[in-house]
Ligand binder design. Structure first.
Ligand code: VGL
Ligand code: ZN
Length: 208
């Protein structure tokens, strides 16, 4: 069975959001078209879901500015603006996303002491979200991934999908993603391809 993973299509990563990705809302019509016409048996969405004062926020580190490097629990960490705080509009899915079609929401980033770019596990790899077991239980054979941001949450979700779901074909729908940093995006695409992620576009995803 073919499943679609929508990564963090939330207000916070779209224009007007607290961690806006340039043109981030352009992924919404791509997601909706695939939901309608992609022939998926399962639609899953991840949701960045931070408590107030999360350790990835620059505001939690006196003297740090957003987008500087800092440390979290002794590891290098990008200092993000406050974003996707639980139960705020910034954390809501984009209002035009077809949320009625979503079968399962995987929240992440709830532990204040570690960030979680991947929908599958925390950045330190100590805690898993359970999404891998869920997708195995549903007998997913192909996992198509799109969303925000290409160079962070999409990248680490796709790499973990390959690592944690052996035998599953993992495909990145490139026109359904937008990134934070152009150089980061090209690195991310190369890294995903090298790890065995097929890089395709939404027309190819609909065709098969
Ligand atoms: C993300 C930075 C911080 C993402 C989430 O969804 O790509 N990036 N939190
Ligand atoms: Zn976050």
């Amino acid at each position: 069975m073919k499943a679609l993973l929508l990564v963090d299509i939330q207000n916070g990563f779209c224009p007007g959001g607290n961690l806006a990705v340039a043109d981030g809302d352009a992924v919404v019509p791509v997601a909706n078209r695939l939901i309608e016409n992609g022939g998926y048996g399962l639609i899953v969405a991840s949701q960045d879901w931070h408590p107030p004062g999360h350790g990835s926020f620059a505001s939690s580190h006196p003297g740090k500015q957003p987008f500087e490097m800092g440390e979290l629990s002794g590891k290098p960490q990008v200092m993000w603006p406050d974003h996707c705080v639980q139960n705020t509009p910034d954390a809501d899915f984009h209002p035009e996303l077809n949320v009625a079609a979503i079968d399962h929401v995987q929240r992440k980033g709830e532990n204040p002491d570690v960030d979680s770019y991947s929908a599958f596990r925390d950045n330190d790899r100590n805690a898993v979200t359970g999404l891998d077991a869920y997708l195995r239980h549903k007998s997913v054979g192909t996992l198509d991934i799109l969303g925000l941001a290409t160079d962070y949450c999409v990248r680490f979700s796709a790499l973990d999908a390959v690592a944690m779901l052996p035998g599953v074909r993992v495909r990145l729908i490139e026109d359904g993603c937008r990134g934070i940093d152009a150089e980061g995006v090209s690195d991310a695409i190369r890294e995903m391809r090298d790890a065995g992620v097929e890089i395709i576009d939404s027309d190819a995803a609909i065709a098969g």
